[in-house]
Design a protein around this ligand. Structure first.
Ligand SMILES: [Zn+2]
Length: 246
């Protein structure tokens, strides 16, 4: 089985998940974000008689990283079930480290993959992450940091009433993992593991395109154009020609 696709990478706080969902929809790709996929599988299915799902449930409960081969098997299994509806896959922040490369090579034709790397400087990301607030009841997110100057335009997303969710009136709170120390650790992990992984994948011959996010979601149209060009050049996925309107 050989699957074409995109690997989307970016540091914490850059909005990778949101961009990945948009790319998946426009290019008709199966969206794989392993954390949420595994949680969904464990919640949705009757996990008895499925040792792999039972194992994943235990790993999630103890906050440990599940074994790579089992994670990969479940991802492939899920993709196989749904693949007739899609033209390929988009990996959202996955794989996480170089140790996945042999498994990736075994399961996918890496020559058919394009790497998309989103970039933004750490001090801006730090300010945005520290400004992040989440509704304690419906989990809708807001951002109190307004980062707007002559180069960047990443405005605040404010509630209509201070500290109160527009949707449900719930109290807005800062997530525990949005503390400066934890954010620094996540940046460090990204630099030591993910950027190393990207270098290795480039050595394996994958095409990489990089994009500096300057306007948040408004950059999406440029990002999708960049992806379209990268894919066309390499002939990696047949795309919808109606996609680009610039
Ligand atoms: Zn709410």
């Amino acid at each position: 089985m050989k699957i074409p696709g995109i690997m989307l990478f970016g540091p914490p706080g850059i909005g990778k998940g949101t961009f990945a969902r948009l790319v998946a929809k426009d290019f008709n790709l199966f969206h794989i974000s392993p954390g949420s996929l595994l949680r969904k599988l464990v919640n949705d299915r009757d996990i008895q008689n499925d040792p792999k799902l039972e194992y994943i449930q235990l790993a999630l409960q103890s906050h440990s990283l599940p074994r790579e081969d089992i994670t990969m098997d479940l991802i492939i299994r899920e993709y196989e079930k749904n693949k007739s509806e899609y033209k390929g896959v988009i990996f959202d922040g996955f794989p996480r480290s170089k140790s996945y490369i042999p498994l990736m090579k075994e399961k996918f034709d890496l020559n058919k993959f394009v790497i998309v790397e989103l970039i933004l400087s750490e001090h801006i990301l730090m300010e945005k992450l520290l400004g992040r607030r989440e509704c304690s009841s419906c989990h809708r997110t807001y951002n109190l940091t307004n980062y707007v100057n002559e180069v960047y335009s990443i405005p605040a997303i404010l509630p209509k009433i201070e500290e109160q969710c527009d949707e449900c009136g719930g109290k807005l709170v800062q997530r525990e993992d949005d503390s400066p120390k934890i954010i620094q650790n996540r940046f460090k992990k990204y630099k030591t593991e993910t950027l190393e992984l990207i270098k290795e994948l480039e050595l394996e011959g994958l095409t990489k395109v990089s994009f500096e996010v300057k306007k948040g979601l408004d950059d999406y149209i440029l990002i999708s154009k960049l992806i379209e060009e990268a894919i066309f050049k390499s002939g990696k996925i047949q795309t919808n020609s109606k996609l680009i309107h610039i």
